[in-house]
Design a protein. Sequence first.
Length: 151
Amino acid sequence: MPDRLTRPGALAYAVVALLLAYEIVWLSRLDGFWDAGPFWPGIVVGIVAVLVVLIAVAAITRTPVVGDGDRLLTRIGGPIVIGLTVVATLVVAIEGLDDFVMWPTAPAVFAPFGIRRLEQAYFEGVDEARRERAAARADAARAEAAPAEER
């Protein structure tokens, strides 16, 4: 499997980044979220902003966040996404930011892994189709050579 995202994979990353960016806007306008003071809600907004940047960079460079590649983002991206989401969830739970709903942040943890599985299935299908075409060409070449040998 190549260490670059396909265009649909990059588009999926871009959608996740847009959802996370929307969450920042939503949080900044949420009444009651900032009642705990500016520190803890600011931490959560900062974490979501880092996730936006990470996933947007992955989408722009077409580098998967999760994978077996040699790129730095591919090696450490998955643990960073998981760790930041866990920290944001713990901050929300411990500080009692009850009005906060982490709807795009939690799925953002699963998006890179899901996209990786979809891309693996795509490349397996491409490889299978190439093998079938090569086998069909070999069969056609044998069929053309067989009548010539019979004469």
